[in-house]
Design a protein around this ligand. Structure first.
Ligand SMILES: NC(=O)c1ccc[n+]([C@@H]2O[C@H](COP(=O)([O-])OP(=O)(O)OC[C@H]3O[C@@H](n4cnc5c(N)ncnc54)[C@H](OP(=O)(O)O)[C@@H]3O)[C@@H](O)[C@H]2O)c1
Length: 230
């Protein structure tokens, strides 16, 4: 997504824990004359104070933030009650509590600026409580989608937009080795993500087909069918 947004002329602030990867990407993107400005910073999004500090520093360094994409997420849960709560607690902290900290920091900046675009990367998994190792993941994504809807309602009619992106399956490190119906490769997923984000809708399934049919259908199907499918 960073490469695609850079190609569209956006300056970028890239944050994650593995800064070697971010710095290599920044070097690649800024190597071409006339390329974008790219700032990088180490950030563990589960560190609330660091989230606020890094967002504020990136805003100062770039002279403002037009858009924040709340993307960091993990998916390594366990069935609830299986005696291994750590993975589920970590999933809840990263995917929901840390996402809330990022929304707080982003919205504070956007409210001061009077404009901005908050994007949260939720999931089709938000549409239904899923079983087994996906239970907490689906709950965090449902929470994130509901959080974004509430913020969107707060700022309706202003120059601040809030977009919920609900990907289906895009092959990445997150889901390596998983069996995934209708999965697309990284470049196809990125094209669909960037196109959806640039439209600034309230909600978008990505890729649109088949997920804009399957997501709403998942909400209506009886539980035995959902259990069989997921
Ligand atoms: N791929 C799919 O099919 C799919 C479907 C639906 C939703 N999603 C959502 O899409 C988002 C991106 O997932 P992905 O598939 O691209 O997974 P990924 O390849 O594993 O990437 C996850 C990213 O999150 C960052 N991250 C994780 N924990 C972090 C932390 N504590 N602090 C800062 N950064 C952290 C990682 O960077 P560092 O490790 O360097 O920090 C990495 O860049 C997630 O929210 C995921 O739930 C993905």
């Amino acid at each position: 997504m960073a490469r695609a947004f850079a190609a569209r002329g956006h300056d970028l602030a890239l944050v994650a824990r593995r800064t070697d990867r971010l710095d290599a990407l920044a070097a690649e993107l800024t190597a071409r004359p006339g390329g974008p400005r790219v700032e990088t910073a180490a950030l563990d999004v589960t560190d609330d104070d660091a989230v606020a500090a890094v967002f504020s520093r990136m805003r100062e360094e770039l002279g403002g933030l037009d858009r924040v994409v709340v993307n960091a997420g993990i998916g390594n849960g366990r069935p609830v009650g299986s005696g291994k709560p750590d993975a589920n607690l970590a999933t809840a902290r990263t995917n929901f509590v840390a996402a809330l900290a990022q929304c707080e920091a982003a919205m504070e900046i956007f409210r001061e600026q009077g404009s901005g675009h908050l994007v949260v990367i939720s999931s089709v998994a938000a549409d239904r409580g899923l079983r087994g190792s996906a239970t907490v993941y689906s709950a965090t994504k449902a929470g994130l989608s509901t959080l974004a809807e509430g913020i969107r309602s707060d700022v309706a009619g202003t120059a601040i937009d809030v977009t919920t992106i609900a990907p289906g399956f895009i092959r990445t490190d997150l889901n390596e080795g998983m069996s995934m119906p209708f999965a697309v490769d990284g470049p196809t997923g990125v094209r669909a993500l960037v196109e959806a984000i640039e439209r600034r809708p309230a909600h978008a399934y990505v890729p649109r087909w088949p997920w804009s049919l399957l997501g709403p259908a998942l909400r209506l199907l009886p539980m035995p069918v959902v259990r069989a499918l997921t």
